[in-house]
Each structure stands twice: as C-alpha cells, then as structure tokens.
Design a protein around this ligand. Structure first.
Ligand code: ASP
Ligand code: MG
Length: 448
C-alpha cells in the first residue's frame, strides 16, 4: 500500500469551513490513510496560559469558556449532533478538572495532560466532518502508538515502540479506514500523556510516516509552501518549489515557522518526501522537500529566530586551564538546554540559547545559573534575534560569504557562526535590527 500521511495545522481546522477544505483534499487522494490534526487555532495558546499562569478560579473558567466557544462553534455548524456533543462535553469536563487541579503549576505531567485536550477535541470534530463527506473515518487515540520518554513538554519519541505499535494497531485498519489522530500528543511508558513541544504535530506526522513506511507526508497549513523568508518581514519573499531535507531541517531549526524543527529527521532517515502547502489554496501547489533537489543554490532562504539569550561565562582561571568548557557544557546538557552559537576566547565562552518566554518549560532557570555561578561569572544578555542564511556549499564556494557580509556591514553583529556546516551562516543581532537585516539580505541575495 502506498500510504500518504496528511497533517492539518491549527488554522486549517479552525472552523467548519476550514475543515471542509481539508476534507476535500483528503477525499481527492485515496492514498491518504492517516490524518494528523493540530488543535483548532488559538486553543493551545489558551491551554498554555492555563498551564503556566497563576489564575483565580473565575479566570480559569473564563479561559475554558473561550476554548468551549471555539469547539462549540464547530459543533453548532455541524448541527449539534447529540452523540458528538456528549463526547465533546466529556472532554471539556476532563479539561476543566485538570485545569482546576491544585498542583497543575508544579507538575509537568498535568500540564501535558492539559495541553493534549486541544488535539483531542479537534480530531474528534474533524472525524465527523470527514464522515459527513462520505469518508470512512475513525478517530484514533495516538497515545496508543506514539510512545515517548517522560520529558514532559518536549518528550522524545521511542522509535522502536512507535513502529511496532503502528504496525500492530494502525496498519491493519488502513485498508478499510482513514484514521484521524492527534498531533503533538504522546504517552510515556507508564501511559501518562506527554507532548512533543509547541508545533509538534508536524513531527507526529513525520514519525507516523516513518513508522508506517509511508511514501509521502503532507503538511497542510495556511501558507503556499516554504518561503525564501517570512513573508511578513518582506513582501518580496517568494515560495520555494523545492528544498532538500538538509535545507529544510536548517530552516526549521533556525526559525522558519512552517515546520517543527524535528520534522525532517524521520523524513531523512526513511527518505520520505514531505510536501508543504495551503489547505485553503491547494491548487497553488507548494514546496516539495526531497533528498535530491534539481539545483543546490548557495542561497536558498533566510530565517529569523526571535528571543535569543546570550550567556557569557567567564573566569580568569580559564587561562591555560583544561576542562572549563567541559564543565560548562556538562551543566548545560544536564538541564537539557540546547546551545546554538558558541564563541570562545582565552577566559570566556559565550553561547546562545533559544529561550522563549512562554515556552512550557522556561529552561534557563535559576538552578542552571546557580550551578554555573559556582565556578564562573555569568552574564545574561537578552533581546537578541538570530538571523540565518540557509543554502549549499556555503563554506567552500568563493564569494558566498563576502556577499552576505557586505549586505550586513552596517549592522552590529554580536556573534557570527560560519563554517561548521555547509548549509548555514548565522548572526546574532539586536532585535531592533533584525527586520532590516533580513530585508537587506533578501534584497541582496534574492532580488537582484
Ligand atoms: N497544538 C500544538 C501547538 O499549537 C501543536 C501543533 O499545532 O503542532 O503548538
Ligand atoms: Mg505548526
């Protein structure tokens, strides 16, 4: 069987009208057997607010009311079928109970359980939409298959279990049915609900594609593919017909919002073609992400990642000393922080971290700083953005870097990373400058 996995993002399942566009896309492609959905637009943000802010009982009820409003809107446009309403109400009741739990703010397992409700509701509703269109669709609880470790908030998938369980529970169903399941959600060995990190539904789709040896994986969103840069930064941005796995992985890692950063890993391992397109305008085509592209231009795209933190650790003892870097990075690793750019000098090392203020786990916590502070001076600088040019053979092609450098010569570059990887060149810049820098780079690299 040639299987295609289709994932629909939050705006694609925001309301009945949006869902119907998706349903038509599915009905038109018989190979599409597994549907992965995000929570309806806005729902996860509400859930994150519930999970991370100290709220009064009334405030909690208010937020849940806003979520109910979104879900009930879809239910109402379906004519409030009784059975569906009962299922939705029981999910909303369970959500309410979790949100009121006294220990919610301190327990990451409860937070993940709370965050899972968005996808559980949207997948329920979307199944109904598909059935109404004559598709033999069934809602499937992904927690039976998508096994992860217990790193709540950013759980790591267990590939062997996922494969085995997918073959056992998903595969036999696919000859007769289309399964509609939740992105972003998983479960650990003890069966507790976990999540894969914000935007994780793309990753779910890719993981299932890998486990089921699918031929392709479609990511349907609200843009016509991956662009040369975020079209909100410059109108000159244009969609890219094709990208390589490596380029897409770099772009996602360095801030292109269309794909969750881990999405390309399963695709790369199993050579699965990934498509990105707009569920509203499928006729406009999209971006195919493949192993071998027709051409490998030195510049493919420019990405930006906001809210970067720069940490400088410094000790005079580092002079001619050994093991200082190891000490620093052991602490960083222990706290599961992932470092992007690093520069070193004789007595100091600076590195950048992605540390968005509203992430489920605010990572650069007091504990980390305290441990670092025990043997060195620590300086934290915020308000930086990371701008990255993604392309090919950037380290070896003559003139590639000079063109980039000359376009940014008027700006203060706080850190530069170049040479470690043929596919990118990154700058840490002040957040007030980053829009202009991206525009200028785009002009120089793509508009002449
Ligand atoms: N609903 C989750 C989020 O908003 C996962 C996803 O949409 O991919 O982050
Ligand atoms: Mg997304």
């Amino acid at each position: 069987m040639n299987i295609n996995i289709a994932k629909f993002g939050g705006t694609s399942v925001a309301d009945l009208d949006a869902m119907q566009h998706c349903a038509r896309i599915i009905a038109a492609t018989p190979e599409t057997r597994v549907i992965v959905v995000s929570a309806s637009a806005g729902v996860t943000n509400h859930l994150v607010a519930l999970a991370n802010t100290l709220l009064s009982k009334e405030q909690i009820s208010d937020v849940i009311e806003q979520i109910r409003h979104i879900e009930y809107g879809i239910l109402a446009s379906l004519g409030n079928p009784k059975e569906l309403q009962e299922k939705l109400d029981s999910l909303l009741a369970a959500l309410h109970e979790t949100a009121m739990h006294e220990e919610l703010l301190h327990r990451d397992d409860l937070k993940d359980s709370l965050l899972s409700f968005g996808e559980r509701m949207s997948s329920l509703l979307f199944t109904e939409v598909l059935c109404r269109l004559g598709v033999n669709a069934e809602n499937f609880d992904i927690r039976n298959v998508l096994k992860t470790d217990s790193t709540f908030g950013e759980a790591i998938p267990n590939l062997d279990s996922i494969k085995q369980l997918s073959e056992q529970f998903l595969l036999p169903e696919l000859t007769s049915k289309v399964l509609v399941t939740q992105g972003f959600v998983g479960s650990d060995e003890q069966g507790r609900t976990t999540t894969l990190g914000r935007g994780g539904s793309d990753f779910t789709a890719a993981l299932l594609a890998e486990a089921l040896s699918a031929k392709s994986c479609e990511i349907w969103t609200d843009v016509v593919g991956v662009y040369t840069t975020d079209p909100r930064i410059t109108k000159a941005a244009r969609p890219l017909p094709e990208l390589s796995f490596e380029e897409a992985a770099e772009m996602a890692n360095f801030g292109a919002k269309v794909l969750h950063p881990a999405t390309m890993e399963p695709a790369l391992r199993k050579n699965i073609n990934v498509f990105v397109g707009s569920s509203r305008e499928p006729e406009k085509g999209g971006t195919w992400i493949v192993r071998d592209c027709e051409n490998e231009p030195p510049y493919r795209a420019i990405t930006r990642r906001k809210q970067q933190v720069m940490v400088t650790v410094k000790t005079p003892k580092m002079m001619h000393a050994q093991g200082f870097l190891q000490q620093v990075f052991t602490i960083i690793a222990k706290h599961s922080l992932s470092v992007d750019l690093v520069t070193t000098s004789e007595i100091a090392v600076s590195f950048t971290l992605d540390n968005p203020a509203n992430s489920v786990a605010e990572k650069l916590n007091r504990e980390t700083l305290q441990e670092l502070g025990e043997f060195c001076e620590v300086v934290i600088e915020e308000n930086y953005d990371l701008v990255t040019v993604v392309g090919n053979n950037m380290h070896s092609a003559a003139g590639v870097s000079s063109k980039i450098f000359s376009s940014v010569r008027d700006y203060n570059l706080r850190m530069i990373c170049y040479g470690a990887n043929p596919h990118n060149m990154s700058f840490l810049v002040h957040q007030d400058d980053s829009t202009e820098i991206v525009k200028e780079l785009h002009r120089c690299l793509f508009e002449v």
